[in-house]
Design a protein around this ligand. Structure first.
Ligand SMILES: [Zn+2]
Length: 73
């Protein structure tokens, strides 16, 4: 998913792996945002947890796997 830094307007992409960890950590701390530093300007950028979750597969043990093709957006 792409994140845009409000400070330098640079956009960068987050990997699923990264988001998965970030969401887990935020949930643990009951935070609604994940704070990370912008790779460009090193300023703190807040990324909405709910936004990240939309890009992650549901963490359910059972259920059919749906094929998601391509990236829309
Ligand atoms: Zn920045």
């Amino acid at each position: 998913m792409n994140v845009r830094c409000p400070n330098c307007k640079n956009s960068f992409s987050l990997s699923r792996d990264y988001m998965s960890t970030a969401v887990a950590e935020a949930k643990d701390k009951k935070q609604k945002y994940h704070a990370m530093s912008c790779p460009s300007c090193r300023k703190t950028v807040k990324v909405s947890i709910s936004q990240m979750q939309r890009y992650l597969p549901r963490q359910q043990a059972s259920g059919k796997e749906q094929q998601s093709s391509g990236d829309a957006g």
